[in-house]
Design a protein. Structure first.
Ligand code: COI
Length: 357
């Protein structure tokens, strides 16, 4: 079947849904994909007409530039269903702006806003039945933008493909998460690509994270590459530290840290709920001192996939400390406030919910 929107978005529906084959009680993050995908190509200096097609394997020549130079950026977003079946995105224009900032840094042409927004909307509408409705479940959306010119010269591609795929998702992290503060490897440097959602930023973390896992730590908190003195982000999450009753988080104006949309929302919620927030460089020393003298009340991560994740223990060099599990933790408080907005359980004074109709 083919349909058209104002954007001339061709929609080719899958003849039969794969939905009956999926066991929604056993969802593992990011392993099952919905019936459809969005796809738009950029060639000859212009964007071609976008389309939605059945989710499928696509053929690429081995010379495609994305394989050689990692010219690829992506986004992470979610669609939420409320108890009446209404569907919402969360601050999608922020993701749109961020993917184009990432794209610019990697020398890629900007994605037109209507492709991004209409692509998301139409895909979510079409695969609405795939949005799981269990506690904390949602449809994870992955816009991804890659270089597909078949040429191995180390220069920006002439051809690109922008796609959006979707995956019904539950928790990203299962079980307790303990973190290691990294003092050898680095994720990002000044003037680099740390602020961008560049694919290579994630690959570069895999090896040090595997080493941390061997020691019993699921994630790394990265530190600045010059002195390993300041805490940055954890790769899949921005980090918050509760020192006394103040919530402290690193600034994202350095070019090294991803400006997370969940991070930004938590800062706003905390400030509007009477919690003092300090956005400033956070030293390893003050956090470890706090772990020793009790001033460090909690650490939590914030990200789209992870939502808000309390950290259960922290290691730095030879020092390790469990973190207390508080009755009224900031992590639980702000997670609830955030999710109540995302799942349409409360008023949305900020206009963050974006209905998909
Ligand atoms: C997200 O939180 O959506 C991310 O993109 C991080 C990740 C799963 C790699």
């Amino acid at each position: 079947m083919t349909a058209e929107t104002d954007l001339k978005l061709h929609i080719e529906k899958r003849p039969e849904s794969k939905l009956p084959q999926v066991d929604f009680s056993k969802l593992v993050f990011g392993q099952v994909f919905t019936d459809h995908m969005f796809l738009a190509d950029y060639k000859n200096n212009k964007w071609e007409e976008p389309k939605i097609i059945p989710y499928q394997a696509l053929a690429y020549e081995p010379s495609a530039k994305v394989f050689h130079y990692g010219q690829a950026v992506f986004e992470g977003m979610k669609a939420y269903k409320d108890k009446d079946g209404n569907v919402f995105l969360f601050r999608p224009e922020e993701n749109f702006e961020r993917i184009n900032r990432s794209a610019q840094r990697l020398g890629m042409p900007p994605i037109p806003k209507e492709y991004f927004m209409e692509g998301l909307k139409q895909l979510v509408k079409l695969d609405k039945e795939w949005i799981p409705t269990g506690e904390g479940e949602s449809l994870y959306l992955r816009p991804v933008y890659i270089a597909i010119e078949n040429a191995v010269a180390a220069s920006p591609s002439t051809d690109y493909r922008f796609m959006i795929i979707a995956s019904p998702a539950g928790k990203y992290y299962v079980g307790d998460v303990k973190v290691k503060i990294e003092d050898k490897y680095s994720r990002a440097c000044d003037g680099g690509v740390g602020f961008a959602k560049a694919a290579g930023n994630y690959a570069a973390q895999f090896y040090p994270t595997e080493l941390a896992k061997e020691e019993g730590f699921q994630q790394i908190i990265w530190t600045d590459s010059k002195e390993h003195k300041y805490l940055e982000e954890a790769g899949t999450m921005n980090m918050f530290f509760r020192l006394g009753d103040t919530l402290v988080t690193a600034p994202t104006d350095s070019s090294r840290i991803l400006p997370g949309i969940t991070r930004k929302s938590i800062i706003q919620l905390a400030e509007d709920n009477g919690v003092k927030v300090e956005v400033r460089p956070v030293t390893v020393e003050e956090v470890i001192e706090g772990a020793k003298n009790g001033n460090l009340k909690e650490i939590f991560g914030a990200g789209t996939a992870a939502t808000v994740l309390p950290i259960r223990g922290v290691k730095y060099k030879d020092f390790y400390s469990d973190l207390p599990q508080l009755e009224d933790s900031y992590a639980d408080r702000f997670k609830k406030l955030l999710m109540d907005i995302q799942y349409n359980k409360t008023e949305d004074p900020y206009g963050w919910r974006y209905p998909v109709k």
